[in-house]
Design a protein around this ligand. Structure first.
Ligand code: ADP
Ligand code: ADP
Length: 239
């Protein structure tokens, strides 16, 4: 029941820029969706709106049956606990170890005193090990995050999201700063967590080829509007 639903959603930024213009979408739980469009087309606005980071100006947005807009802070925190985020720039603590970075995904589930003294539950560590293993980075457990390659850092970020045991993973241009072979393997990881764990994955991309190969459904955006919505494999540049 972790569907995402947008009805005529418009997002206008305080400076008047329109980020989304009347977007309607139904994304069932367990979907693998690639969102494609040029820079400025509204992809990251869409993702940040779903996560409640950017307010809806008009229309309705529900995630898991709950209205995101107008949600109380407590409800919004609970929602964000179910959504794992992956960013282009990895957003890791460079000086901290891989394990420490991944355990941050358990923060919402960990009593404050434990995080303050760095004592995590055995069950949390187990989740972290499993997540690191599933993206092939377990051998780097004690490495400093900043000593890893870009692809490895992005896998750590994906493991951190997995440790949250999310229903949804939102990835904003996760491979934009990676070389093509690394981009393919990171996209493969995202596809696998969708297939094996049934997690809904929404991934922003500016390369149509990657979207066609790893998306199941493709949403094309232009100037804040959805201009294509259909099977990824058959989407062409003309769409
Ligand atoms: P991308 O195109 O890769 O999504 P941008 O370079 O457009 O990223 O945006 C980078 C950051 O700058 C984002 O946090 C975005 O919210 C912000 N930003 C983008 N456009 C504007 C703007 N016109 N005014 C203020 N902030 C902006
Ligand atoms: P994309 O992710 O496809 O590059 P964005 O969602 O970042 O597109 O941007 C959509 C539009 O909203 C662009 O015109 C961008 O400049 C604008 N925008 C994005 N973030 C902000 C912001 N924080 N303030 C004002 N305008 C923004």
């Amino acid at each position: 029941h972790w569907a995402i639903s947008l009805r005529d959603v418009t997002v206008r930024y305080p400076n008047g820029t329109v980020g989304l213009n009347g977007v309607s979408l139904d994304i069932p739980a367990g979907s693998m969706v690639a969102i494609v469009g040029l820079s400025g087309s509204g992809k990251s606005t869409l993702i940040r709106t779903i996560n409640g980071l950017v307010p809806v100006t008009a229309g309705t947005l529900t995630v898991g049956g709950c209205a995101v807009d107008g949600a109380r802070p407590r409800a919004l925190r609970a929602l964000r606990g179910e959504i794992g985020m992956v960013f282009q720039g990895f957003n890791l603590a460079g000086r901290a170890s891989v394990l420490q970075n991944v355990l941050v995904g358990r923060l919402a589930h960990t009593p404050l005193w434990r995080t303050l003294i760095g004592r995590y539950r055995g069950s949390d560590k187990q989740l972290a090990y499993e997540a690191l293993d599933s993206v092939g980075i377990l051998p780097k457990l004690y490495a400093r995050a900043s000593d890893l390659s870009g692809g490895q850092q992005q896998r750590v970020a994906i493991a951190r999201a997995l440790t949250q045991q999310p229903k949804i993973v939102l990835a904003d241009e996760p491979v934009a700063s990676l070389d093509p072979p690394t981009a393919h393997s990171v996209m493969g990881d995202l596809r696998r967590i969708n297939e094996e764990r049934g997690i809904t994955v929404l991934v922003n991309l500016h390369l149509l080829d990657l979207a066609r190969e790893y998306g199941v459904r493709l949403i094309g955006m232009r100037a804040g509007e959805v201009v294509y919505d259909g099977p990824a494999a058959s989407a062409s540049d003309a769409d």
